[in-house]
Design a protein. Sequence first.
Length: 569
Amino acid sequence: MEKTLDFKPKFFSALKHYDRKTFTADLMAGVIVGIVALPLAIAFGIASGVSPEKGIITAIVAGLMISLFGGSKVQIGGPTGAFIIIVYGIIQQYGMQGLTVATLMAGVFLILLGVLRLGTIIKYIPYPIVVGFTSGIAVTIFSTQVKDLLGMTMSSVPSDFVEKWIAYINNVGHIDWWSALIGIASVVLIAVWPQLARLFHLSPLKALPGSLVAIIVMTVAALLLKQYAGVTTIETIGDRFSINSTLPDAVVPALSWEVIKSLVGPAVTIAVLGAIESLLSATVADGVIGDHHNSNTELIGQGIANIASPLFGGIPATGAIARTMTNINNGGRTPVAGIIHALVLLVIFLFLMPLAQYIPMACLAGVLVVVSYGMSGWRSFLAMARRNPKSDVTVLLLTFFLTIIFDLTVAIEFGLVCACLLFMRRMAETTEVHAILNEIDLNEDADMQRGNLEHLVIPEGVEVYEINGPYFFGAGTRFEDIMARYGSRPRVRIIRMRKVPFIDSTGMHNLENMCRMSQKEGVTVVLSGVNHKVEAVLQRNGFPELLGQQNICNHIDLALARAREIVGG
């Protein structure tokens, strides 16, 4: 079973040598990460179009499952900014029931990716695509928060990116300046909190995240403004949502084939995005702690989390880079820290959740503005746009604009297609085909040492072509172009294949067509240096009958001798 299923959760292996010192470090890290995750979970939940408690439930349930069953020692899971746009779009189109089904399906897809051992392949998605849609998500998140950040009184906000900004411009006169002050002050406080803590020697408070400090300060400020200045225009969570601090029962949604078919696209988007983000997070964590995560186990753990989360009313979850790095920086080294983080959130949810109703919406918008800035990776974006090849820049910009103008589903689909096309192009470029006109330089052939003999002369009426690299898509076309360039019609055409490690069905088809065309032109094809693996494929495809066994040689000497025999005859 171990050969077919790569599922080895790090939690169980970490317990083998667990001690009190490690637990103390995990406990401290877990408590801090739980506090860090609180404002983000609330903000991500509201921005995704669900009530605030659903964000925390997601962080509790999914965070627990990812730590228990994941393939990374330090991964912290929960709702992330990357899912905001896709979750909001699914809710708008399919409702909360549709989101639940899509998330369950995504969980199944993630488990399948892990079971089929595709974890390593996911990591090969080109970097320009990852940067493009990550930056696009950041811009989109920022654009969704402008209304709450500035306290605009608008009846509705258009979902289309361009229409949204047109609506903002048309409603500039409807800004609530008290809300705008709260929102902008939140952004500034989060940005300067580390410097303030250091400047005023607030060592005990330095570990507190700026987002939590901003929420506490701005909530108190809003309450004071309401109590003593009569300011009632600052909208709070309680004005928009009713807070529920009881854990919901697990509920399996009604499923039908029609519903499942309609939600395949969104579910695939959630699965692919979750896989990419979680594996990127785990890879970054590996570089910091000097460990190696198990990609397939991580995907299975993510799948289990995304099946469990919606059953309790949660939303999609994945590995969160910021929270994972917070865990590492505070001493977390095993999945126990992630479990403690989930338990801390559970205690807060059960006993302190009613206080969330006093948090200003403008403050949460400020938290998400800072999150979107961190996600944007604008330095990487600009550096890539300036320094990379035009093909990579084109993919980067297309993915970016598809994300913000259309939606993440379109961008992910485009990105996957681009990943395949770029891979095909890069692989095709690895195969070289060149013609050898007059003589073969033995000094360049490491496999041919002939004492004082330095060259092999190519007989009159013989052409030699060498293929260096896999013979598959693209190689056949390049081979035909090379032959057409020289334009002659020799008596014998030798194809050196000593550096061809394998040949696929497309390459086989092209090679067979070339051989048949050569035969129609009266040209004999001789294959040279065919390795055992390639020769076995040629045998199965009938090449001995097509060319004659004597024309498939394992060395250039034999191929040239056969060519002289044909030309001489």
